[in-house]
Design a protein around this ligand. Sequence first.
Ligand code: PPE
Length: 318
Amino acid sequence: MTTAAKTAPASTSATGAGLIWFENQLVPEAEAKVSVLTHALHYGTSVFEGIRAYETARGAAVFRLSEHSQRLLESAKIMGMPTELTVAEINHAILETIRQNQRQACYIRPLLWYGAESLGVNPGRNRTHFMVATLPWGLYLGEEAVKKGAKLITSSWRRSAGDIMPTKAKAGGNYINSVLANQEARQSGFDEALLLDKEGFVAEGSGENIFFLKEGTLYAIAHSVNLRGITRDSVIQIAKWLGTPVETTMATRDELYTADEVFMVGTAAEVTPVSQIDRRPIGSGQAGGYSLKMRETYLNVTAGRVPEFEHWLTYVSG
Ligand code: PPE
């Protein structure tokens, strides 16, 4: 891989992405272009990751970098999408993109996609392309949701079933389900959608895994059609370290209504308390004390302030 960077001030792009790793070199966002006949644009045949880098006392650090790169390759494997890329090469591209854009904290979006070599559903003749963008993203669900708790509404869209879509793959096409659910929730005045699976059990948010607290035990929604979230895994480990009993469980929506606290987790959402579901207050109807403590602890972990979890950080400057 080469890293022949062309210089471009971040301000030249609308998204603020600045330099983008495109195939195997860094180019200004305006030059990172694809054909309108790109297979992924027509059929959603892409796989992606969402990763965050945080500012620490030792400079920028990527949170759980290799786990994300590994999941990107697993998503490609599920899709039968050929790639020669290794975890080390993906890590390298990500770290180099952060370095060349001189980011302290950012959201990182790697993507593998089928190109414009051929149109038609059969992807047999399409090549797999690779890019990494770094974006200056702040709070995913807004300041108010973080402080006061997010308002959720059960979506009229069910989470795709595992025999209809490969829900463990972070595949572009899967996200039509999330986009529809999120759009419906937002247009109805809520912060986020709660998606049930086709049996009516709680699956996840449009881009977050769900936890609830009841009588001192923290419950993680069991793996079924939800994404195998890396934040979910981090929160389980942090909760155990805090001495909280943790269980995984299936849950119906009414179990969430009567929980003491509910919160959502994800790379973008980090830890976001939930104050209301389907217009019913959760607990006190405010952001819960445990949820806020978990948010604070998670942000301390990502900032490198908790030695027990420092192994989750990859420092950009090495
Ligand atoms: N469920 C879904 C459907 C999902 O998209 C995410 C991440 C999660 C759970 C949490 O997974 P993890 O990030 O590994 O803890 N959602 C990403 C996409 C957000 C977006 O708008 O794009 C994210 O948080 O980066």
